[in-house]
Design a protein around this ligand. Structure first.
Ligand code: B12
Ligand code: SF4
Length: 459
């Protein structure tokens, strides 16, 4: 039995056009969902994982599979449907799962043979059995998995083309920010994998560098932090010789022992959602967590950096509170906090989020011709009507924010300061140049977008 597991590309995501830009190798990440599905698949299936981000293969030239499984974020949905159509025309059954299938089940059901909502661990073996007996159901619901059922992902199936391996150690997030789908999809309960399983999986990863995909590696409560410390101790004991980066909330900075253990276990970078430089903005997004304890962000960032861990700060532009000038304000805040890199995304109503419900009910979604418009849901295009910013205005804010933060003098100052403090100056330089090189591509993409879709904003 031959199984293809496919990660569709999104042609609009310039950072994923690996071959067009040599820095992009450092920005293409493994589709871990498919490696986990492969880990759940019994040995009688011959599995091929296709990641179209490394280039779409010539499907007609490939042997005919018995089953195709497709994963997709919302931004990949259009391409997912093209791939599904191709295989269904050949009479090959197509199953689709992942975040988009979960949040837009009916839309997906019209375009594939079987749709899988939720996490796959509890249902994938049954789906394969049903496929073997040609009796696939139209829908399956995996709900939330027992973390003991999460298998060792098949790291052996995707070995070339990536700078980073990938691993997941926890699922779920209690914070339920208005723009984020994680709580709706993975639940509010923070669920952790058994530490020995995580260490064993790290050992199976061939890459020296690893992305820990957890939405918040350390969690928010004392018992979560205690578990994170135990995990880091076990990783250090296992002498993994890996360098890894992860996402965490700002409370990562609050515990010196946690930071020291993370660094000892190989942590070299952390991605932190600051979201807005304005208190009302954080309240609007439901991210009150960042306001707790009257936090000093600069001191927090410095505490993390003292452990030789780079900090990437993420912000969102387009909040109801945001007015002209917000771009520079974000860039200045990020510089003030002292982050090593800055990522700014447009506020985007993703299906399944509270923001989606709010913007839909207010008729504020400009790009709403679905499924065609899903390709713009990359958070790198302004798909909604923003309260105080026109389409041209918000794009200008984004450009000025990036130009401000990644101007050559500021960039060199950060790299020199990292060099002086012996904090990975090379990685810092490569990362910054990679961001800069994408700014040009970003401006071109915005100009095309404005020309093509400006009329739909009614401004
Ligand atoms: C790692 C990650 C990335 C990596 C992607 C790596 C990759 N190629 O997969 C990078 C950094 C590149 C990335 C980029 C983006 N991401 Co991202 N990302 C994540 C993150 C943190 C973890 C995903 C992951 O690997 N999980 C581990 C695996 C094991 O879990 P899983 O994917 O959910 O898979 C399980 C089930 O969904 C199911 N399943 C999945 N696929 C399939 C397929 C079949 C056939 C079946 C049966 C089951 C099934 O089974 C799996 C096992 O239980 C999630 C948050 C999250 N918790 O999901 C956000 C998340 C998926 N990202 C999100 C977004 C918005 C993006 C971007 C659009 C914007 C951005 N700049 O961040 C880009 C888009 C890139 C693109 N291709 O278009 C949103 C997606 C929301 C949505 N509706 O689409 C999420 C949910 C975060 C959020 N804020 O809401 N991301
Ligand atoms: S943005 Fe981060 S903290 Fe907020 S709900 Fe999503 S994963 Fe949790």
């Amino acid at each position: 039995m031959r199984l293809y597991l496919i990660n569709p590309s999104n042609p609009l995501v310039s950072i994923l056009k690996v071959r067009e830009n040599r820095w992009n190798r450092y920005r293409v990440w493994k589709p871990l969902s498919l490696m986990v599905l492969a880990g759940l698949t019994p040995p009688e299936w011959d599995i091929t994982i296709v990641d179209e981000n490394l280039g779409a293969p010539d499907y007609p030239a490939m042997p005919r599979p018995d089953l195709v499984g497709i994963t997709a974020f919302t931004s990949q949905a259009n391409r997912a449907y093209e791939v599904a159509t191709h295989f269904r025309r050949l009479g090959v059954p197509v199953v689709m799962g992942g975040i988009h299938a979960t949040m837009r089940r009916d839309e997906v059901m019209e375009r594939v043979d079987s749709v899988v909502t939720g996490e796959a661990e509890g249902v994938w073996p049954h789906i394969l059995e049903d496929a073997r007996h040609s009796c696939l159901k139209r829908r399956y619901d995996g709900g939330l998995a027992d973390m003991n059922d999460v298998p060792l992902a098949r790291h052996d199936l995707l070995v070339t083309g990536y700078a980073f391996g990938a691993i997941q150690t926890t699922r779920g997030c209690p914070l339920n920010c208005s723009f984020c789908s994680v709580t709706a999809f993975n639940g509010a309960r923070y669920r952790q994998r058994a530490i020995p399983d995580v260490v064993r999986e790290f050992q199976a990863i061939r890459e020296k560098r690893v992305l820990v995909v957890d939405d918040n590696l350390i969690g928010t409560r004392p018992e979560h932090i205690a578990r994170a410390k135990d995990l880091f101790r076990a990783m250090a004991r296992a002498n993994l010789r890996k360098e890894w980066i992860a996402q965490a909330t700002i409370n990562f900075a609050d515990d010196e022992e946690l930071l020291a253990l993370a660094a000892k276990a190989g942590c070299t970078g952390v991605f932190i959602g600051f979201e807005s430089p304005i208190t009302e903005g954080l309240l609007e997004l439901g991210k009150k967590f960042n306001l707790l304890k009257g936090r000093d962000f600069r001191a927090s960032v410095q505490r993390i950096q003292r452990h030789n861990i780079l900090v990437v700060g993420s912000f969102i532009i387009g909040l109801d509170i945001d007015e002209p000038g917000i771009g520079t304000r974000i860039a200045e805040a990020a510089s003030r906090y002292g982050v090593d890199h800055l990522t700014v995304l447009f506020l985007t109503p993703l299906p399944g989020t509270r923001l989606w419900d709010q913007m839909t009910s207010q008729g504020r979604i400009a790009l709403d011709a679905f499924p065609e418009d899903w390709k713009y849901y990359t958070l790198t295009f302004p798909v909604a009507r923003y309260k105080h910013l026109s389409l041209d205005g918000i794009i200008q804010e984004m450009i000025s924010c990036n130009r401000h933060f990644y101007s050559m003098p500021r960039l060199l100052r950060r790299v020199c300061s990292n060099w002086w403090q012996r904090r990975q100056p090379l990685i810092s330089l490569v990362g910054s140049l990679s961001y800069r090189s994408n700014l040009r591509l970003g401006c071109e993409a915005f100009a095309d977008f404005q020309r093509q879709w400006g009329h739909r904003y009614g401004q």
